[in-house]
Design a protein around this ligand. Structure first.
Ligand code: GLY
Length: 388
């Protein structure tokens, strides 16, 4: 297993300083972002407000809850409650929920609010979101479709990111006693891991199935550089997604999958342990980084460490601490005049001649990069009760 002997780990003092600054930054943002949400990505370092109609808005609410956990500040609690009202209205009106990102939206906002302050509206909204998510399940192929109308062959695919949407389903089963949510999660994770992971443990971003037979058809990228490369964030979703998969299923084979997918990620990092936006690129490249992938992978390593042997747990915890140290030292915002976000140099969606995505949020803060940075710090500060 790869180690990074010359890299420093983040200290307790640095974790506290980082969470103090992040929480203060979230509080400063409440004036603008209580009845509105942060756009998915910053522009020249600053987020603009948007309504609750995009797949990323739950991350901002998640930052509010993490800051509330850190400070106990009542203004944060009130803002989180106001945002939960918005999420309940959104799912009731079925506003912009025709996709699979119900977990990204409803776990860090509404499940979090229910767990932290007993919000009954949060519980109601999150169960409705779980119902919405399972409505996208295809028994033919046994997967949850990511995007677009359900009856078109060009949409008959899953994407690796969906692993983070599944905890909402496990939570819904625990909460309601109805096994249907968990059963669909288990079908999906099995199909996903059987198909998105390549022989060398790099990963496909998206994978298509035959609409008539459900047979696996082919992998393709959307946000990675090219079909055969490994999109950094997809690989990071794979790291955290298999850790969460293990948490909920305890399937022994997921430990090995985790180790191998993680090793691919780690062996393709540049010197400072924060990946370029695609793992094809490394030191010397002038392509932008995706700092969010480092925080996501760190959260996955810290989660998986709970279920491993002492030696393995120490190994992955150390790497997570080293990675978060680099994000803190080299990427985190330290002055509110520089940005109203938390972590710079992230990449949402970079168009290349070989991929199919739009071009936006390149080398900026993004909402999940900020959220997972705070989550990683919180995990390092205490025994954190997951929102996932
Ligand atoms: N889930 C979409 C992304 O990671 O950009």
């Amino acid at each position: 297993m790869l180690t990074f002997p010359d890299k420093k780990e983040i200290t307790s003092e640095e974790i506290k300083a980082a969470l103090d600054f992040s929480s203060a930054q979230v509080i400063r943002n409440l004036d603008t972002f209580t009845y509105s949400f942060q756009k998915a990505y910053s522009e020249n370092g600053f987020y603009q407000p948007i309504p609750n109609d995009y797949w990323t808005t739950g991350f901002w609410t998640g930052e509010i809850w993490l800051a509330y956990e850190h400070t106990g500040d009542k203004r944060l609690k009130r803002a989180g409650e106001i945002q939960i009202d918005s999420f309940l209205e959104r799912i009731d009106k079925k506003n912009a929920v025709d996709h699979h990102d119900m977990g990204f939206l409803y776990s860090p906002s509404c499940v979090a609010g229910y767990k932290l302050i007993g919000s009954t509206k949060g519980r109601e909204a999150a169960i409705k979101a779980a119902d919405q998510l399972i409505s996208r399940y295809h028994p033919v192929g046994e997967f949850i479709q990511a995007w677009g109308p359900m009856d078109a062959p060009e949409n008959y695919r899953l994407i690796i990111d969906c692993l983070l949407n599944l905890p909402l389903l496990y939570w819904a089963t625990e909460e309601t006693g109805d096994a249907k949510y968990k059963e669909i999660a288990e079908k999906h994770i099995h199909t996903a891991l059987a198909n998105v992971i390549r022989e060398d443990y790099s990963t496909w971003h998206t994978f298509f199935f035959d609409m008539k037979t459900g047979a696996p058809d082919h992998g393709a990228t959307c946000q990675g550089y090219r079909d055969g490369s490994a999109w950094a964030r997809g690989q990071a979703w794979g790291v955290y997604g298999t850790a969460l998969g293990y948490k909920y299923t305890h399937r022994e084979e997921y430990i090995d999958i985790f180790k191998n997918v993680c090793e691919y990620f780690l062996t393709h990092l540049p010197e400072d342990m924060v990946p370029y936006w695609d793992l094809e690129f490394t030191d010397g490249s002038d392509e932008p980084r995706d700092s969010s992938s480092a925080s996501i992978a760190a959260c996955g390593m810290l989660e998986m460490s709970k279920y491993m042997t002492k030696e393995d747990a120490a190994h992955y915890t150390k790497i997570a601490r080293q990675m978060v140290k680099s994000v803190y030292d080299n990427y985190a915002v330290k002055d509110e005049k520089q940005s109203n976000g938390l972590v710079l140099h992230s990449t949402y969606s970079k168009h290349s001649p070989y991929n199919t995505c739009n071009h936006y949020g390149v080398d900026e803060c993004n909402s999940w990069g900020d959220y997972f940075y705070m989550e990683a710090l919180t995990r390092l500060e205490k025994d954190w009760v997951l929102y996932w």
